[in-house]
Design a protein around this ligand. Sequence first.
Ligand SMILES: [Zn+2]
Length: 444
Amino acid sequence: MVKNEMEYMMGLKIRMYPNRRQEKIFWKNINASRFVYNKLLANSWTDSKVFKNKLDKRYPIPEDYWKYSKSGKLFKASTIRPTGLARITKEKYPWLGDKHIDSDMANNALVSYKSAWSLFHKVHNSGTPKFKRKSNPNQGYRTSNHYSSTTVKNNGGVPSLYNGSIKFLDKSHIRLPKVGRIKVKLSEVLPSNRLVRIATVSIKHLPTGEWFVSLLLKSDEPFKKKLPKTNSQVGYDLNTENFLTDSYGNIVDNPRFYRSFKGRLTKEQRKLSRRARRAKSEGRKLWESKNYQKQRKLVAELHARVGNQRKNFLHTISTTLIKNHDLVVGENLKSKNMLKNHALAMSISDVGWKSFIGMLEYKAPLYGRTFIEVDPAYTTQKCNKCGFKMGTNGSIKLTLKDRKWTCPNCTTEHIRDVNASKNILAKGLVELSKPLTEDSPIYK
Ligand SMILES: [Zn+2]
């Protein structure tokens, strides 16, 4: 197979309905995966001869990786073949060799461990990796898909959704390592283009008790057919009074679902902590307190329901924008001043601006559209007709209260957010007319 330079990716999250036996196997692997991850992490903090309880932040690796020569000189870890994982699995902990343990689970735990460290190195404030706790309501493990050349040859000739070690058997069944055929419910149609293959696979157990499998799909072709050009370009402004205003003057109101749920959620949460206190005062463990567990599940379900509604809302808005316009321009939230205001920042995370932008980022290339972000400076204060800036020439700067205003220079009447989104679009067009460099705000 000739490999194109560009690889398209897509995530697929599918509800699973395991039977008792399959659930048991999932839990075995979840527990083993957490164990391996924690063991790797513990080793990286181990008191070694060199670091004396201190972590080598440049290259934290399990103690097992370090080797000394006869003269006591330390070899660089990178020159030795890492054996830490092999030791964890085979020598010391034979129970990890259980026949129900997925052989790819440990390697994927190692991958998670490494990426937790690289996140720590790359992202300021992300903190050192934490031990995974058994009490965490979200649990899961990752595994990998494999394609054998003979199976592929006998089933279609190219790796697909239907001929790997992890594969779809029909519309409501998938095959997973160790558990075998398992019932699933697809929430969307599987991509039908050729050359779609399954890469990594995560099995997840949510606090609601639901099981999900998340598949990362890869393809050399776009997953969705590129849409015909619309010859329309749009800028949008995100604000707290409404969710979004675009440069055509359309206003999308803020979703109210969270607020309507809030009262109920507070009530149930209070009930939950009351039950926790009672169990404690009666000397019972939380996991054996039935009433507490029942309530915990209810609260988790409420949270999940709000989250789903929010996600559906964001999907609808982002898909509509991408489908109807060749170019979508937004403002870069990082530089948006209002994030410095704590109360505003809270409500921003509430309505999900960040996930919204993430959706635009991945949907644009799926449909052959362009999405870029621009610096929001002066987009509110500038008249999009004549370029006059409020706050200059004796005029007064607009505040959050001024929803409508009239340009003192050209007397155009403006709706603040519509004017802002027109400026955002204009800034985007300027950016696109510049020669492309590494810093160009185009997402590929
Ligand atoms: Zn003007």
